[in-house]
Design a protein around this ligand. Structure first.
Ligand code: URA
Length: 441
């Protein structure tokens, strides 16, 4: 087999076989196929796409390029959840405890922040003492004991994806739906769960800016999951506006805890209940309606909050800050942002809100950047709200006052104020299964 022939085959629009895909990925990871040939292949995929069988074959090959986690040491149904990334997206911290409280298991490997989006592992590490790097034995032990454990992704999970992603990043091939689907699903297949819930974000703060593209990506990922023998469902959820009110690592933990206490913002609570219900459905806990009721009960009864406390304790974290979020270390400086005029907030660019938070120290500029866990933004007014000139619409938090001017400018540029109240958008646009795309708006 020659890589040259495989590039030509793809360039001409034909589909590679599973054997050819396996050859290409194995040889690429071994360094016997150079980056320039793989770049040409990726660009050919960008223009010609891939068939369903081909996408599955590439995903399997990428998944098998590293460790395939075996979760059989954990009793019960293990359900994974993956978000395509957003701003203020702290859903894992709420859903995982809800699902565990209802009897399914969450053995989850999460990522760190990337660009304008936050990462669950960074958020968890803002809890003093919290360990997110655990060996397999401890990971299994905690899931069996508490029902859930969230750790960082193991170093050898789908190494081919790391190499391919770095190459896509510099060859203008990141925004290819089949390549995104392969990248995400290879890691999900390698993580070894029984069922997978995909939270595909859509809007200004998401990878996919339109509902149509988000549905197309969801359909590809659901088909890969199902064809690989995993029960897979996707929800298309809104990321045109940041989710909830808090952006930033410990600020998001605080909001997640408030939500688990039943005092969270209504958008965040509703999205979490729908995601949790779908995870419980994948765990065969009942009909979607029954699962929704179970999730609601886990919140109302405080059982989900107890699960989060148990997990934090088992992972070495200081549970006193969860019991009383007032004990979280706070940023020494706070800076109010005032509305520049009177009217309705007609739109917020969620990506810019995320960048403004990162500029305050909540995100990384380079891979080596140190995070300021207490930095971030508390949003008072969101799209659809009526504001008066001079009213505080958000508060910026940072450890260095000199960061406020640029972050405030970025934040204000993200907010549009007009005379007309904008139409309310749905929080969940669609539910995508193997059989169907159910539009929910
Ligand atoms: N997230 C991933 O893991 N891979 C992509 O290609 C895009 C988003």
């Amino acid at each position: 087999m020659r890589m040259y022939d495989l590039i030509m085959k793809k360039r001409n629009g034909a589909a590679l076989t599973a054997e050819e895909m396996q050859y290409m990925i194995t040889e690429y990871v071994a360094g016997r196929i150079p980056d320039y040939q793989m770049s040409a292949f990726l660009m050919a995929v960008y223009f010609k796409g891939m068939s369903e069988e081909e996408t599955l074959a590439m995903t399997q090959a990428v998944a098998h390029s590293g460790d395939m986690v075996d979760l059989s040491g954990i009793e019960g149904s293990k359900i994974d959840k993956h978000s395509t990334g957003g701003v203020g997206d702290k859903t894992t911290l709420i859903i995982a405890p809800i699902v565990a409280a209802c009897g399914a298991k969450v053995a989850k490997m999460s990522g760190r922040g990337l660009g304008h989006t936050g990462g669950t592992v960074d958020k968890l590490e803002s809890i003093p003492g919290m360990h997110t790097s655990l060996d397999e034995k401890k990971f299994f032990e905690i899931v069996n004991q508490t029902g859930l454990c969230v750790i960082g992704q193991s170093g050898n999970l789908a190494p081919a994806d790391k190499k391919l992603y770095a190459l896509r990043d510099v060859t203008a091939t990141v925004d290819s739906i089949p390549l995104i689907a392969v990248s995400i699903m290879s890691k999900k297949l390698a993580a070894g769960n029984d069922g997978i819930l995909l939270d595909v974000k859509t809007g200004s703060g998401a990878f996919m800016k339109t509902v149509e593209d988000s549905i197309a990506l969801a359909k590809e990922m659901v088909s890969i999951g199902e064809n690989a023998g995993k029960k897979t469902v996707a929800l298309i959820t809104d990321m045109d506006i940041p989710l909830g009110h808090n952006i930033g690592n410990s600020l998001e933990i605080i909001e997640a805890v408030e939500t688990l206490k039943g005092k969270g913002p209504s958008d965040l609570t509703e999205v979490c209940l729908q995601l949790a219900a779908n995870m419980l459905f994948l765990a065969h806990k009942g009909s979607l309606k029954e699962c929704r009721n179970m999730a609601q009960h886990a919140l109302d009864s405080g059982k989900a909050l107890e699960r989060l406390i148990a997990m934090v304790e088992a992972q070495g974290g200081d549970v006193s800050v969860i019991r009383d979020t007032g004990k979280f270390p706070r940023a020494p400086f706070a800076h109010p942002v005032f509305a520049k005029k009177t009217g309705y907030i007609t739109s917020m660019n969620a990506e810019s809100c995320g960048i403004a938070s990162a500029m305050l120290g909540a995100g990384r500029e380079t891979k080596e950047s140190q995070l300021d866990y207490a930095a971030g933004i508390i949003i008072n007014s969101k799209t659809g709200d009526y504001v008066k000139e001079g009213q505080i619409i958000a508060t910026l938090h940072a450890s260095d006052e000199s960061l406020f001017a640029a972050a405030e400018k970025r934040y204000l540029e993200a907010i549009q104020i007009g005379d007309e109240k904008p139409e309310e958008k749905p929080l969940v646009y669609a539910r995508v299964t193997k059989e169907d795309v159910e539009k929910l708006f």
